[in-house]
Design a protein around this ligand. Structure first.
Ligand code: FE2
Ligand code: FE2
Length: 391
């Protein structure tokens, strides 16, 4: 196809820009995983889950194209000034500053993608044009979500992040580069608590065997609270994503983790949606399993969730779908059906990546499981033989 666009972009330039986009999109995954635990409103957490996966999908597309080009290592080629932008966004002093910095970056990325498209040649750069058109539609949806849901924009912090970006020459590195502001010296630290606002209190749910004895309506509410409680799994995965970042695992590992994380966020969202439809405001969470996992290394956390808890909960899935189906509750059945399917994937992710991390390790999965049992005992989780969750 001939082009009426401008002069086109040679391979070296394409690769340089794609590496920068990829680095920035990927850096948002780690930052969102970290801040997921600190942002108090559960609706915002759910939105962040969607956005984290959007970053991962865009990164996957960019990365796939880079691998087809004369590209080089995508992180070895990142200039320090651009890395500082990512650090500064992560090291924000509070949730609103973080969300502001992230929004500034999304706005600038969107402009960069648009500029790239304007410069591209419709024939020579045809593959990038197709990718960038898709990415642009996607990132515009991210911008729209932020504009609608995030109202506490901090102008001071936005200017600061913009100044760091300017000092890197902008997303594409082609602008005039003023000196960067002084680093604040702040460093992202995990919160002591998994933060939720005052609408949510920490509680203990009834045991499974008691829950299934409840009359239909009560049991349905209780089961939707268990869905909402999947925030425990989402939080756990956020910590795995964050802590495994320096492990330099294959991209597919981070992509699977991002997908898994987003699924758990959606499962919590299923609970939120259905509870509200049934006239109940979500008000309680049992985060005991999340907290119990936090002394474990990330590999143990991954194994605990995917090959312990998710396998343990699996036999409940099919009967739940069938029961809502036969009761004529198609809406709850839909959510239970999708959850069941997603959970099958999660166990597969667990098998693949626990095996990967145990390569050249003297331990087996069973050894890992017994180490996990020791961690749980030390964390005070004391359940009857064969029972992995208190609810
Ligand atoms: Fe789930
Ligand atoms: Fe799951």
């Amino acid at each position: 196809m001939t082009s009426d666009l401008s002069s086109g972009i040679e391979v070296r330039q394409t690769v340089d820009w794609f590496r920068r986009y990829l680095f920035l999109e990927r850096s948002c995954i780690k930052a969102l995983a970290g801040w997921f635990l600190k942002v108090p409103e559960y609706e915002t957490k759910i939105g962040m889950g969607y956005q984290l996966w959007a970053h991962a999908e865009r990164a996957t597309e960019l990365r796939a194209r880079l691998q087809e080009l004369r590209g080089g290592h995508s992180e070895a080629n990142v200039e320090p000034a651009l890395a500082r932008v990512a650090d500064e966004i992560l090291n924000a002093p509070d949730p609103n500053s973080f969300l502001t910095g992230w929004q500034v970056l999304i706005d600038r990325l969107s402009e960069a993608y648009r500029f790239h498209l304007e410069q591209a040649d419709g024939s020579a750069n045809a593959q990038e044009v197709r990718i960038l058109r898709r990415i642009l539609v996607d990132i515009e949806q991210s911008r729209a979500w932020l504009k609608t849901h995030f109202k506490q924009y901090s102008q001071t912090w936005a200017s600061r992040i913009q100044a760091f970006l300017d000092s890197a020459g902008g997303v594409q590195g082609v602008g005039i580069r003023p000196s960067p502001p002084e680093s604040s010296g702040a460093h992202f630290v995990w919160p002591d608590k998994y933060v939720f606002d005052e609408r949510i209190c920490e509680d203990r749910f009834e045991n499974y065997s008691r829950r299934i004895e409840l009359p239909f309506e009560q049991r349905r509410i209780a089961e939707m609270e268990i869905f909402f409680n999947e925030f425990y799994a989402a939080g756990l995965l956020a910590t795995i994503l964050f802590d495994s970042w320096s492990a330099r695992a294959p991209w597919e590992f981070y992509r699977d983790l991002a997908h898994h994380f987003w699924d758990e966020v959606r499962h919590a969202e299923f609970g939120m949606i259905r509870l509200k439809e049934l006239g109940v405001q979500p008000s309680r969470l049992d985060l005991s399993l999340f907290y119990a996992s936090q002394t474990m290394p990330f590999l143990h956390r991954l194994c605990y969730l995917t090959l312990g808890l998710e396998v343990y909960f699996m036999p409940r899935k099919r009967p739940r779908v069938e029961r809502y189906g036969s009761a004529g509750d198609r809406r709850t059945q839909l959510f239970a059906d999708v959850d069941w399917s997603d959970e099958g994937n999660h166990v597969q992710y667990g098998k693949r990546w626990v095996d990967y991390f145990l390569t050249d390790d003297a331990r087996t999965v069973e050894d890992l499981q017994s180490e996990i049992a020791d961690y749980l005992k030390a964390a005070g989780i004391d359940l009857p033989e064969g029972q992995l969750a208190p609810y």
